[in-house]
Design a protein around this ligand. Sequence first.
Ligand code: FAD
Length: 286
Amino acid sequence: MKPAKFSYHAPGSVDDAVALLGQLASEDGRILAGGQSLVPTMAFRVAQPGHLIDINGIPSLGTLSVAKDRVRIGACVRHAAFEGKTAIPGPTGALLGKVVRHIAHYPIRMRGTFCGSLAHADPASEWCLVAATLDATMIAASTRGERRIAAKDFFSGIMSTALAEDELLARVELPLLPAGTRFGFNEFSRRAGDFAMSAALVTYRLDGGKIVDAHVGVGGAEPYPRRIAEAEGALSGQAPGDAVFRAAAEAAANAVEAMEDHQTTAEYRCDLVRAVVRRALEQANA
Ligand code: FAD
């Protein structure tokens, strides 16, 4: 099948892009970033946008930069920018470099964007899990100016976010993790490159041998990824070890309201959550 007819727009600046979006959003005008999710759905005519606003020709959106305490990721920064040696220091760079290899396949990572993944908000998206677990901030731009949205307020359901239809996700800010932060990531998918059926990302530090500042995020199990306070509570103030990790994994499995589909029961997904959280914690402690 071929996509339905649409008009193509190629703005050269963020101001022009948000002006076009403000004008065309009501006619199903959509941003085109990497196109790795949008174009296949257009090819199947699941999506039939009247207008595509291609942001790839806006140089300022391609910037990946590191400030004192945060990483700034522009709307056109590709997944592949996080692979191999990057300018992102410390545990944050290592964490992003580990997670990125689980996203699709290399050709898709060369084109798909970090911000596009967040705007698309697939429940199983690895970058959505990273944003939720690390408490990212999303910066949305429109003709009304910019607004900052905390990760906990950004995701609102399966493939839905707090972005208004006329807002461009201009960039995302991730806090730089302090030196000494331990992290672990684990996901379960049927084949390499497939979307995860469940995934977990954990970070914590040790203070006097006890776990502090624990973040436990779970993706793929519920409509959108989130931090699991019950699992974080089970870790906090404890020395890392098998019994503590099992307790945190159990708390996570009990806390999620897992999705079901024609292939997967909620009970099975909860089992996966238990497994991926425990494995991520073990990896952080290795
Ligand atoms: P696009 O496809 O261009 O856009 C997606 C949607 O987001 C559109 O509605 C678009 O209008 C909107 N949008 C995009 N950017 C913005 C913005 N800056 N502001 C506002 N709205 C915006 N993803 C994973 O996370 N994990 C996987 O394992 C995975 N596997 C995949 C396997 C295959 C075979 C394919 C084809 C894709 C896979 N993906 C996976 C999806 C891929 O990561 C996409 O790149 C990503 O989901 C969307 O990013 P994009 O830049 O391609 O966005």
